[in-house]
Ligand binder design. Structure first.
Ligand code: HDE
Length: 761
């Protein structure tokens, strides 16, 4: 293909595909703009000095940057023009018949500007409307050619550019980040063999087994149609009405009520391909596979009370976190793990691998780590990249294939279809963010917004007039579907039924619940209680508890008590005696199973300052945090410089009012008599302190600030009488030791030993 393509000087490489060798509006040197942040500087995106065009991927690492460069626009030093490139003399006044006269229809400049503005919005995604994206790359650790010929897994060290979009599901585009919800985890691999979209979620199972039910599920969870309430929340009648009538959703409900649904950061959540896919090698042999993304930082979540507060103070919490981490050069990283297994193995499992409400316990099929993904560049423009990116479950490449999962089948149709209305036509693949790095040659033509200018008179195949080009690649090179049906024994009669094992709705819900630590189980119970207490129809609450009793009598009984109802009889099951499961506990399903390396990189620490703080200890703690990669922020009653007792100067760049405590991972209280008086007089301080304690975060109190703890009624010991590992007191002599303890405690992220139900603080 290469030699043929270069013989004909059309589309011989990607930039030329659009006739764009030297785009005049692409400024020279854009690639060379400096990283936007100096080490140790604030990560506030507003403070970047680079003109805000994103960070720079290491040279040669992100090939997708090249295809985007041809459309990047930088207006610095340029005059203002119309869309036709006509220079505009006056951008302040419309054209009028006299100073006080009517505006003239003739004013094409005004009309163009307003018309464009009128059409600036496109429909938001029907689900996953709220999201954030980033560029990066995938790097393969070892060749996987034994299993697959997919280009990204060809050899060790092979780098494939990616664009990733994380999202919530239910909320609208402007809704809060910290809703209780599933998170989308969609990865577009720009492979040499075309684009592969692994459109996954942060939970490995789904609510329903068949695409037929998806519109119902989404209608049930979205704001109720008569009054559009509630936004970005599942805690309402229609959602629980639907899921309580769909016992197949029980397993997913356990995940949704777990802390997985309120991640601390996109950077601290796992991703899953959910469905079983196929890997196909050069010999045409195929293997079954499940995809897992494992965050290098470990899995961490919020607590519910914190998530609720953050959604008010910073609805962009996750978006900001991802942006700032990348701007700061703290590139988030995940490892890709595969569970590879054969059809014979699959047949022996107690569950059906075509059922998206089931996972494969790692004890059954271990997760094999095969590569890593690093996100190292923020988009330049949210709309052009993050909003217009079009992920499609149908986008796979040679070396991969689908299985007969009936949920997946619907997705193969839905994504392309939805882009056509969302992005305005069938040419969405030509938008720069969607364009493959691989060349595109076919006989598809025309349609709304066509970019490519195809030469010649041939738009059909077979042809002789264009030398038979573009020609079929053939099964050896091109994509060829695996011929085998998953279950060759099945008859192929047309039926609307489900395989038998799909009817086991509770075994894995129980497995998940039983695999959680007591703290996580308590949180799951609290979440069910919260959500169901928002349901106004008692019959729905009762039906849900009756269903949950089949998964866990303990959970069901607790909920009946908490919701003030009689214990209902368990809901009749679709399958009374399911095949016994291979394992009853899978510790890997606990969030606590992946704490990360205990480091504190990118954790945000509030250091309270006021006039007359004891400065030397504060200086030490700030240096220690910076050295460990954390992000200390000096928080005062107002912005500006505060002078310590020893003349030290502290510049507060956040205030008690604009940055409440729950936005931080930890808190440092200063010593100093005058400072403490000032802090004590400000009600924000005690609020701050109580939030930190309630949300199980680490607190370091220097010297006399201990009195503030007492005033905030913070218990010095845990409810079980043990010392609180997250509460560290320091006097001047023990400062160094206390700071080391503080850093270690912060590395543990939360101190759940404090929790009581109801909370004492
Ligand atoms: Fe999606 N889903 N989905 N979904 N989904 C969409 O595509 C759909 C499902 C997922 O960041 C839509 O471009 C159907 C499972 C993500 O742009 C739409 C079914 C999983 C994203 C759609 C499912 C997902 C979407 C809406 C059941 C996890 C956001 C806009 C048969 C494996 C991608 C769009 C992004 C988005 C359909 C179920 C993940 C309507 C019909 C299961 C991460 O096409």
């Amino acid at each position: 293909t290469q030699s043929l393509a270069s013989a004909i000087p059309v589309n011989s490489n990607k930039p030329l595909e659009h006739g764009e060798a030297n785009a005049p509006l692409t400024p020279e040197g854009l690639r060379a703009h400096p990283p936007s942040r100096l080490p140790g500087a604030s990560t506030l995106s507003e403070e970047n000095f680079s003109g805000k065009t994103g960070t720079v991927a290491p040279e040669g690492v992100n090939a997708s940057i090249d295809t985007l460069d041809r459309v990047r626009v930088d207006s610095s030093g340029q005059r203002l023009t119309t869309n036709q490139g006509v220079p505009v003399a006056d951008n302040q006044n419309s054209l009028k018949a006299g100073a006080r006269g009517p505006v003239l229809l003739e004013d094409f400049i005004l009309r163009e500007k307003i018309t464009h503005f009128d059409h600036e919005r496109i429909p938001e995604r029907i689900v996953h409307a709220r999201g954030s994206g980033a560029h990066g790359f995938f790097e393969c650790y070892e060749p996987l050619t034994q299993y697959t010929k997919a280009a990204p897994f060809e050899k060790a060290g092979k780098v494939t550019p990616v664009f990733v979009r994380f999202s919530t599901v239910a909320g609208e585009r402007g809704s809060k980040d910290t809703a209780r919800d599933v998170r989308g985890f969609a990865v577009k691999f720009y492979t040499d063999e075309g684009n592969w979209d692994l459109v996954g979620n942060n939970m490995p199972v789904f609510f329903i087994q068949d695409a037929m039910k998806f519109p119902d599920l989404v209608h049930a969870v979205k704001p109720e149609p008569h009054h559009q309430i509630p936004q970005a929340a599942s805690a309402h009648d229609t959602f629980w009405d639907f899921v309580s009538l769909m016992p197949e959703s029980t397993h997913m409900l356990m995940w949704l009520m777990s802390d997985r649904a309120i991640p601390r950061s996109y950077r601290t959540m796992q991703g899953f391909g959910v469905h079983t896919f196929r890997l196909v090698n050069d010999n045409g042999e195929s293997f079954l596979v499940k995809f897992h993304w494992q965050p290098k930082l470990g899995t961490h979540s919020m607590v519910w009370e914190e998530a609720v507060k953050i959604s008010g103070a910073d609805p962009d919490f996750h978006r900001r976190d991802l942006w700032e981490a990348i701007e700061a050069g703290e590139y988030p990283e995940w490892e890709l793990g595969l569970q590879i297994f054969t059809e014979e193995q699959a047949e022996s499992f107690s569950f059906d691998i075509l059922d998206a409400t089931k996972l494969i316990p790692e004890e059954l099929v271990p997760v094999q780590i095969v590569g890593r993904m690093v996100l190292n560049r923020n988009p330049d423009n949210f709309f052009a990249e993050t909003e217009q990116v079009a992920f499609c479950a149908a986008h796979i490449v040679p070396g991969l294939d689908f299985t007969n999962d009936p949920l997946l089948a619907g997705r193969i149709h839905s994504y392309v279809d939805t882009q056509i209305s969302r992005l305005g036509g069938p040419n969405f693949h030509e938008l720069p963010i969607n364009a493959p790095v691989a060349q595109v040659h076919n006989n598809q033509r025309d349609g709304m917004h066509r970019q490519a200018i195809h030469r010649g008179r041939v738009a059909y195949e077979p042809n002789s007039l264009a030398g038979g080009c573009p020609f079929q690649a053939g099964a050896g090179q091109g994509f060829a579907s695996v011929a085998r049906r998953l279950d060759a024994k099945e008859s192929a009669d047309k039926v609307r039924i489900k395989p038998e094992k799909f009817a086991d709705h509770y075994t894995q819900a129980r497995l998940f619940f039983e695999s959680q630590t007591p703290v996580e189980q308590a949180h799951i119970g609290n979440a069910f209680r919260f959500e169901l207490s928002k349901v106004t129809v008692p019959a729905i609450r009762e039906r849900m508890v009756a269903s949950l009793l089949n998964a866990s009598t303990e959970l069901g009984a607790r909920l009946a008590l908490d919701l003030g109802m009689e214990l209902p009889a368990p809901l009749p099951k679709a399958l009374e005696n399911p095949t016994p499961p291979e394992v009853n506990r899978s510790p890997a399903l606990s969030l606590m199973a992946r704490p990360g390396d205990g480091g504190i990189r990118t954790r945000k620490v509030a250091v309270l300052v006021a006039p007359g703080v004891e400065g030397s200890s504060l200086g030490k703690v700030v240096s220690a945090l910076v050295a460990a990669g954390a992000v200390p922020r000096l928080v005062g009653a107002r912005l500006g410089t505060y002078v310590g007792v020893g003349g030290e100067r502290f510049a507060a760049d956040a205030t008690l009012e604009n940055s409440p405590g729950f936005l931080f991972d930890a808190l440092v209280l200063p010593d100093g008599e005058e400072a403490l008086q000032a802090l004590d007089a400000d009600a924000h301080t005690l609020e701050f302190l109580r939030a930190q304690y309630w949300h199980c975060k680490t607190i370091l109190a220097f010297g006399a600030s201990e009195a503030l703890l007492a005033e905030a009624q913070i218990p010095m010991a845990l409810p079980d009488g043990e010392a609180d590992p997250g509460l560290i007191l320091a006097d001047a002599a023990s400062a160094d030791e206390a700071i080391a303890d503080f850093v270690a405690a912060l590395g543990r992220q939360r101190h759940f030993g404090r929790e009581t139900d109801p909370p004492k603080i």
